[in-house]
Design a protein around this ligand. Structure first.
Ligand code: NDP
Length: 446
């Protein structure tokens, strides 16, 4: 390993020993830069590796709000502004009880490369709160969102930082957040993406991450394996925004979705998952996925989310959360003859699992490439807001397809250039880093 990479990783380890997700992402990304640090002496001369892996700033604030009983509640709010060398900070907000600085730094770092891969002018950031939306009433969610925005609005703007949704932040939350922003600044500048269609949202934005994942996977199946989704059995973890729209597109492409999950466990339906029922349970009544069994007598419930990877499938699309595929899960998938694992969630595979997929030469689509469709359409939403214009559903979908195809082609070509065509992870890291590092060098030391 190049000494610059080794020293940087050691320094991070010393400074942030408890930030395991951030260290995991930094290790995965920096080690893949080994050949380019050798090749390009400017990276060492201008300390680009160190400057790249440390966020520009982290904003940490207190969020105080009242629940329905009138009790005062206090949560932590964060915005990690990671790198804006190629465009305004851009990245989602996550509301989940697990949210902390380490998770947001890992997500922000990944986001910098992901946004670069889209080829749109967007830097990387991420934010959120340890607020847990489960079991909260609509008015509690609104109170929280308004209190969160009372702080966040000071740091965001259409040319500085443009947040979006992520886990726990969907159309409802974006609506409440945007409403409070507009009230506070008295400006309708579209500063959040994922907005409702009636106030500046883009068609296809809700579908974009899941659809984009399938467009990426379709390209990979065709170009690496000369095959397609047609007739394939697919396991999709999660049952939120990314998972449900991925399932929708898999079915449109002729695949059969055998299993989906939530944090309680897995539903397995050998007849193929009834997606309408899943959406009704999870989106319609915000219920638990095990309720699927009430009306699907052939289906089974497995009470551990990891069990989804024991189901015999051809393609796995992890769309739930980080580190949901560990080394053991990866071994099980490989033993069962999986041909492709393409990531809808961020960093769903541990570094050990990802290495196994790459070493075994299956198709492994790394998140920063395969799930970039969401932020790509967020970029298109920003363009439409600036133009005061809306593209049709077909136009946005065609642009999304073309962006996902380009991402696959670019990272596959880069993986081949570095003599490892199955290492799309290295291809994605290097291709994404190229533009960011060029911009950082060109803009001097600042
Ligand atoms: P949602 O909140 O809409 O859905 C998350 C889903 O994952 C829920 O069904 C949740 O179930 C489930 N889940 C959470 N933890 C686990 C677990 N351990 N095992 C199985 N299921 C679990 O989030 P999104 O769909 O938006 O996000 C999913 C992933 O995709 C995240 O990693 C996110 O960062 C990534 N992503 C999202 C983008 C977007 O546009 N939304 C863009 C790019 C990436 P439960 O109801 O039990 O909580």
């Amino acid at each position: 390993m190049h000494h610059v990479i080794e020293e940087t990783l050691n320094q991070l380890q010393t400074q942030y020993p408890y930030q395991k997700e951030y260290l995991q992402a930094a290790k995965e990304i920096l080690t893949s830069f080994d050949p380019i640090v050798e090749r390009d002496p400017r990276l060492e001369k201008y300390q680009i590796i160190q400057r790249f892996v440390i966020p520009d700033r982290i904003i940490h604030f207190k969020v105080c709000w009242r629940d329905d009983k009138g009790n005062v509640q206090v949560n932590n709010g964060f915005r990690v502004q990671f790198n804006n060398a190629i465009g305004p900070y851009k990245g989602g907000l996550r509301f989940h009880k697990s949210v902390n600085e380490s998770i947001l730094k890992f997500l922000g770092l990944e986001q910098v490369l992901k946004n670069s891969l889209t080829t749109l002018p967007m830097g990387g950031g991420k934010g959120g709160s340890d607020f847990d939306p489960h079991g909260k009433s609509d008015s509690e969610v609104m109170s929280f969102c308004q209190a969160f925005m009372n702080e966040l609005y000071k740091y965001i703007g259409e040319f500085t930082d443009v947040p979006a949704g992520d886990i726990g932040v969907g159309a409802r939350e974006v609506g409440y957040l945007y409403g409070q922003y507009r009230k506070l600044v008295d400006r309708n500048d579209g500063v959040l993406t994922g907005k409702g269609l009636s106030f500046g949202g883009s068609l296809i934005r809700p579908e974009a991450t899941g659809y984009g994942l399938c467009y990426f996977t379709k390209n990979a199946l065709e170009k690496m394996n000369n095959t397609s989704f047609e007739g394939k059995n697919v396991s999709i973890s999660g049952s939120g925004n990314v998972a449900t729209f991925a399932a929708d597109k898999v079915m449109q492409f002729g695949g059969k979705v055998l299993a989906m999950s939530d944090s309680d466990g897995v539903i397995y339906d050998k007849n193929g998952i009834d997606l309408k029922a899943v959406k009704e349970i999870k989106e319609g009544r915000r219920g638990r996925i095990r309720e699927y069994l009430e009306n699907h007598k052939d289906a089974l419930f497995l009470d551990d989310p990891h069990k989804i990877w024991t189901i015999d499938a051809d393609i796995a699309l992890p769309c739930a959360t980080q580190n949901e595929i560990n080394e053991e899960d990866a071994k099980t998938l490989l033993k069962n003859g999986i041909i492709a694992v393409c990531e809808g969630a961020n960093m769903p595979s541990t570094n050990e699992a990802a290495k196994l997929f790459i070493d075994n030469k299956i198709i492994y689509g790394p998140a920063k490439a395969s799930n970039a469709g969401g932020v790509a359409v967020s970029g298109l939403e920003m363009s439409q807001n600036s133009m005061r214009y809306n593209w049709s559903r077909e136009e946005v979908d065609a642009k999304l397809y073309s962006i996902m195809t380009n991402i696959f082609d670019n990272i596959y070509a880069t993986a081949k250039e570095f003599n490892n065509p199955h290492n799309l992870l290295q291809g994605a890291n290097i291709y994404g880093f190229k533009k960011v590092s060029e911009a950082m060098i060109a803009q001097g030391v600042n």
